[in-house]
Ligand binder design. Structure first.
Ligand code: ATP
Length: 228
């Protein structure tokens, strides 16, 4: 295995009112290629904060994050946007689909940015992924007509459409029932078997059982908060 992502002594503070709030206490972490890392911990422990830092959506107050040995904090905005679009896939608890676009168009959205790709290639890739997610019958429908489980499978397809090296998922099954939750987890696990890396925040022990490693965060009670 090779190191894909490395966080060196990162922490994140926010100013809340007059006082600083430590959302994530200092932490170092290595994610190997092909791992399925599950991040657990109580509400407020800093799980989403960590995911945002690792995926370049936010910058640490201290420390540094490297993706394939390149420091995220030394990249300019354009470089980081390009990296997020080409190498990272995102799945959040709330689907965030465009309501006036069809399912097929939503899945193709990541191709609107970055290097142009031929329309035929985009169309083929999106249809293949939607079929893979069991949604081939729904491609011309609009998001408002789909169930929560179907919408989350559309998000899964959109996250994979540019063949990311790593998928960041924040409570991807949080709003789903047992059956739909299992479908999403099986799709993610299949990607890991194909060599993709996943970092997932989850409260759900069943979802967590799909991981290959767990990182448990402890809620920060003081500036010296501890992670185990
Ligand atoms: N933008 C912000 N400004 C101030 N405080 C913040 C901000 N973002 C997060 N925090 C605080 O940092 C702490 C960690 O938040 P975070 O969302 O990472 O927790 P979490 O473990 O993901 O929680 P949950 O399981 O409830 O989603 C919380 O106390 C939160 O209130």
């Amino acid at each position: 295995m090779s190191v894909l992502l490395e966080a060196v002594n990162i922490s994140r503070s926010f100013i809340s009112g007059d006082s600083p709030c430590l959302a994530l206490a200092p932490l170092s972490l290595v994610v190997e290629k092909g791992e399925f890392l599950v991040v657990t911990g109580r509400s407020g422990a800093g799980k989403s904060t960590l995911l945002h830092l690792l995926s370049g959506l936010d910058l640490p107050s201290q420390g540094e994050i490297f993706f394939k040995n390149r420091s995220l904090s030394r990249m300019n905005e354009m470089e980081i946007a390009r990296l997020r679009n080409s190498s990272f896939g995102f799945i959040f608890q709330t689907p965030h689909l465009l309501s006036d676009r069809t399912i097929l168009e939503n899945v193709a959205m990541p191709f609107s940015y970055g290097e142009p790709v031929a329309h035929g290639t985009v169309d083929k890739r999106c249809r293949e992924l939607l079929a893979y997610a069991g949604l081939e019958e729904l491609i011309h429908r609009f998001p408002g007509t789909l169930s929560g489980g179907e919408m989350q499978r559309v998000v899964f397809a959109r996250a994979l459409v540019r063949e990311p090296e790593i998928i960041f998922a924040d409570e991807p099954t949080g709003s789903l029932d047992g059956g739909n939750s299992r479908k999403i987890m099986e799709l993610l696990a299949r990607q890991v078997n194909k060599g993709c890396t996943v970092v997932m925040v989850s409260h759900d022990p069943e979802a967590g059982s799909f991981g290959t490693r767990t990182l448990h965060l402890e809620k920060v009670e003081s500036a010296e908060g501890v992670h185990s």
